[in-house]
Design a protein around this ligand. Structure first.
Ligand SMILES: [Fe+2]
Ligand SMILES: [Fe+2]
Ligand SMILES: [Zn+2]
Length: 497
């Protein structure tokens, strides 16, 4: 039997038409979104031909990965990172992204169950297996850092409670509570195909530049699956578009929505690239231009023959590229007493780099805050914001983004729905709400929950305790135990310094 025949038997042959229940009763979800499929056999899945190789490659990757991580641990590899500030990028990734890998595992298992085409089911099932593996390897890798640095210790608990972790969490929950076609369009196409390079490339090169070989290893191990996931994303969108012309407006709406949601999620990556990596890879602005404006632009030019256009508000994303990372860092600096990562004012050479990367905007709009904070900290009055921020009802990021075309104004949009006011950070978030208000009025917004008394109590210490946030995991890097430990270790160990 050829590989192709074997694969056909293993996938298509495992499907059957139901008899004592109707197919529609068994698969109620793959029609309610309005997507029309005439012929499921038109599904091309990216796993075909490589099933045999798949198991072999994955097991080899596992063996190599764990061998490298063990070597990293035995050689105290954590002492070879550029400096302990870097580890905060890792804290953000572990607490923000690893739970999303697990959510992807669950989401693809659900999507597979709900699609009646056998090819689609198998493709989803395989990706579900991959995503579980990603979550496991990331947790295993980062367990090493947990022994030496604060902020990692209770990440699953924190993922459900901390204000900024609600941003990635709500993104995935939005996708998982959509129908199966929207889920795949959201995750496989909009995130993995269109935007994933903006997460993985900077993060992995950032890890390599900053001496973090454990993260490079799990990154490559996950990234090698990603090309398959990206293929699935593109295939599924083309499949839907080819099946029926009525599918186009639905898909365009999802492309618009999930582009904006994914872009807002990447705010955290922008901040990591420009502020959290002691050795910089490239600026957020450069990354956005390369990976979205150029590569993404080429993709959408290619999809134009199906009638798909560029995602709505991509021009606003382009306008924000000068400001995004600085706004995000400012939010975390303001509320650092309630975050499990440290922040700091960049060193002089880093400020020079930011000036050079953002020549038209940084000195005018963002440097003055940093200088003010620097002075306050020197005077023993480290600035923290005593209030609670208003959150965007949709993306859940504190409302600090700027009005398109006017960086001196905070962007603010408002919608009244059934007697209540809802606030948004942008036209993109506002539009998504207006399309499905009954979904987003249910959002669990961390700040609202504090005011409603659902987060441990009315005082800050009670809320932080409810977060399980230990004081040593929060606050300025300069005053942190991470820093004190790091200086002690590297002085004792001049080879690593
Ligand atoms: Fe993954
Ligand atoms: Fe993936
Ligand atoms: Zn928003």
């Amino acid at each position: 039997m050829s590989i192709k025949e074997k694969y056909a038997l293993l996938t298509r042959d495992l499907g059957w038409d139901t008899t004592y229940q109707s197919m529609d009763a068994v698969f109620p979800q793959d029609k309610f979104e309005g997507i029309v499929i005439h012929n499921w056999d038109g599904w091309e899945d990216p796993f075909r031909m490589t099933m045999d190789a798949y198991w072999k490659f994955q097991s080899e990757k596992e063996r190599k990965l764990y061998a490298i991580i063990d070597a990293f641990q035995q050689n105290n590899g954590q002492l070879n990172v550029t400096d302990a500030r870097y580890v905060n990028a890792l804290k953000l990734f572990l607490t923000g992204v690893s739970p999303l890998e697990y959510a992807a595992h669950r989401g693809f298992a659900m999507a597979g169950r709900n699609l009646r085409g056998a090819g689609a089911r198998v493709a989803c099932q395989m990706q579900s297996v991959d995503e579980l593996r990603h979550c496991q390897t990331q947790v295993h890798t980062i367990s090493q850092y947990n022994k030496f640095f604060n902020g990692f210790e209770d990440w699953t608990h924190m993922h459900d409670r901390l204000w900024y972790l609600s941003v990635p969490k709500s993104y995935f929950e939005d996708a998982m509570t959509a129908g199966p076609f929207e889920f795949i369009t959201a995750i496989s196409f909009s995130f993995e195909y269109v935007l994933t390079n903006l997460l993985f490339m900077p993060f992995m090169s950032g890890a390599a530049f900053n001496g973090d070989m454990a993260t490079v290893t799990f990154g490559f191990s996950a990234q090698s699956d990603e090309s398959r996931h990206m293929t699935l994303g593109l295939e599924v969108v083309k499949f839907m578009l080819e099946q029926d012309p009525a599918n186009l407006p639905i898909i365009q709406k999802w492309v618009d929505k999930w582009f904006w949601r994914g872009y807002r999620l990447l705010t955290l990556v922008a901040m990591m690239m420009d502020y959290m990596l002691p050795k910089k890879v490239m600026s957020w602005k450069e990354a956005w231009e390369m990976y979205f404006e150029q590569n993404g632009g080429a993709l959408f030019a290619d999809l134009a023959r199906y009638g798909v256009r560029m995602p709505k508000y991509h021009e606003q994303a382009a306008q924000e590229k000068d400001h995004l990372s600085h706004i995000a860092w400012s939010i975390f600096y303001n509320f650092n007493h309630a975050a499990a990562i440290h922040t700091w004012v960049p060193e002089e050479n880093e400020l020079d780099w930011l000036k050079a990367q953002y020549p038209d905007t940084f000195e005018e709009h963002h440097l003055p805050h940093l200088r003010y904070w620097q002075e306050q900290h020197k005077a023993g009055k480290r600035w923290t914001n005593p209030g609670l921020p208003m959150l965007c009802q949709l993306c859940q990021v504190p409302m600090a983004f700027r009005e398109p075309g006017d960086p001196t104004q905070v962007c603010y949009r408002e919608v009244k729905y059934e007697g209540e006011n809802y606030h948004f950070c942008s036209d993109g978030c506002c539009d998504i709400f207006k399309n499905e208000p009954e979904k987003y009025v249910q959002a669990w917004l961390p700040v609202h929950q504090i005011f409603q008394g659902n987060c441990g109590g009315p005082t800050l210490p009670e809320v932080l305790d409810w977060y399980h946030l230990k004081p040593e995991a929060a606050g300025d890097y300069a005053d942190s135990a991470d820093r004190a430990n790091w200086e002690r270790w590297t002085n004792d160990n001049p080879k690593a310094a």
